[in-house]
Design a protein around this ligand. Structure first.
Ligand code: TYD
Ligand code: MG
Length: 456
């Protein structure tokens, strides 16, 4: 009889241990270890490298790389341009794509509408909703498609039986946490079930060359529930994020074996499903007629696209002893660094001020070229002087207050011009290499020059 052995797994990071631990040594989370049964095989294997005299050629023998043909990957193009771009140009055949996001953010809606709109045959397997609920959702999206098959199931072998009948071009599974395999004893959603079922889906995808889109819920602190292990297994990880109370949703590539991992797509949740936002700059900049202090516009690069983004700052005298610093969408440590630079190099007394920073539309910026925009918004709020409404800011700020060059300036400038901006503050050294059509370039060497230019 197979010896059964139990192992404790951390639900947060997937680390394992032979005994229960209260505080995970790997991810430092408390009370995340759960016990799971692992079947141990008793079959004794002869090590494969021992020469047994059987050297017949096999299919999986190594080949010289020069003898292989590459050719571009074959992809399924969906009708959703944002999704195609985030995936690097469509869904690669035979790939396993994981879409993570908080409950209620719109993962099922996104996948179902993709399934409904495409001309390929899709099997949408849901373990979360009944067929009736899915139909209601499809009605809400308002599209009918005879090539979109719905299955409400959770057992993996059951799903594969149906897959064999339907032979879809694309398989969607909603969600990995509801799947279970009878060969494993633990409950659905446990690490070993998730790992086993994903492993089977991966094998199916590779062997049948059918792409699989797998939905996964994430926990409050942003991890794909349970396992980091999942991220290693799949080809692509997309994160669907945004505030449930805001209309905008952002689809971001976190890992992509077939494209850039810095790509993102923006959607708007409407009454009839998710609508692609193809001109994000226009929606991310609010009404510019009314001049308010603490608002600046920066041209960021997100993935391959330039984006004009509104950044807002509020600087006010701290009531309590320790001033508060808070940031939505911009790295808090970077904000603290900017404040220290503004205080030390420009003499702005921000040490006793509360500072709040917010990026419009719930976006998260990680392009250092947006530093100058944030700094301008902070200075504007501190001085209580509105910035000129058709001025944009691009540049990274260094520790001595110097403005540094940013990459892909041509694209940023072209985007600013498209939206009717009149001037843009940039790194002084870049000015001679840039040929703008209509916008005025203002070269600045450091943050002091920016303050001087704006407030005289
Ligand atoms: P859902 O797609 O079920 O999210 P998830 O699968 O990530 O848990 O949830 C979508 C939310 O969006 C839900 O609260 C209802 C809302 N919604 C709309 O506003 N418009 C629509 O057309 C649809 C289908 C859903
Ligand atoms: Mg769902």
């Amino acid at each position: 009889m197979a010896k059964s052995k139990t192992v404790f797994f951390c639900q947060n990071c997937g680390a394992s241990s032979s005994k229960w631990i209260g505080n995970c040594p790997s991810c430092k989370q408390w009370n995340t270890y759960v016990e799971e049964v692992v079947e141990k095989s008793t079959v004794q294997h002869v090590p494969a490298w021992v020469d047994t005299g059987n050297n017949k050629p096999q299919k999986a023998d190594p080949k010289p790389i020069s003898s292989l043909n590459s050719g571009p990957e074959q992809r399924i193009k969906t009708t959703d341009e944002e999704l195609n771009r985030v995936l690097g140009g469509g869904i690669v055949l035979g790939s396993l794509v994981l879409i993570g996001g908080e409950p209620g953010i719109g993962k099922s809606t996104l996948m179902l509408q993709t399934a409904l709109k495409t001309k390929y045959k899709v099997l949408y397997v849901s373990g979360e909703e009944s067929e009736n609920q899915l139909k209601m959702r499809a009605d809400r999206i308002g599209i009918d498609n005879d090539e979109c098959f719905i299955l409400s199931a959770t057992e993996i072998q059951e799903i594969f039986k149906q897959v064999k009948k339907v032979k879809p071009h694309l398989l969607v599974v909603d969600s990995v946490q509801t799947l279970f395999s009878k060969s494993i004893e633990s409950t659905p959603g446990s690490i070993s079930q998730i790992r086993e079922c994903t492993g089977q889906l991966l094998r199916y995808a590779k062997e049948s060359n059918t792409p699989v889109m797998l939905i996964g819920h994430i926990t409050k602190d942003g991890q794909i529930a349970g396992p980091k292990v999942l991220e290693h297994m799949v080809d692509t990880v997309l994160q669907f994020e945004g505030d449930r109370h805001h209309v905008y949703r952002i689809l971001r590539a976190v890992k992509n074996r077939f494209g850039s991992a810095s790509e993102m797509g923006i959607y708007e949740m409407a009454g009839q499903g998710l609508r692609e936002v193809s001109n994000p700059s226009e929606v991310l900049i609010s009404n510019r007629e009314q001049l308010l202090s603490g608002i600046s516009i920066t041209a960021a690069i997100e993935g391959v696209r330039p984006l004009m983004i509104e950044t807002q700052a509020l600087v006010s005298t701290a009531v309590y002893g320790t001033p508060q610093r808070n940031s939505n969408g911009y790295d808090l440590r970077r904000l603290n660094m900017l404040l220290a630079v503004l205080e030390k190099r420009c003499g702005f007394k921000l040490g006793a001020q509360d500072v709040f920073v917010n990026i419009a539309g719930g976006l998260k910026l990680d392009d250092p070229g947006t530093d100058l925009g944030i700094a301008a918004a902070i200075l504007s709020s501190y001085e209580n002087i509105p910035l000129p409404s058709f001025t944009a800011f691009v540049g990274e700020i260094g520790l001595s207050g110097e403005v540094r060059a940013s990459r892909r300036m041509d694209q940023r400038i072209a985007e600013a011009e498209k939206l009717g901006f009149e001037e843009i503050l940039v790194h002084a050294g870049s000015v001679k290499n840039l040929r703008p059509d209509s916008i005025k370039l203002v070269g600045v060497r450091n943050i002091m020059e920016v303050a001087e230019y704006l407030f005289g």
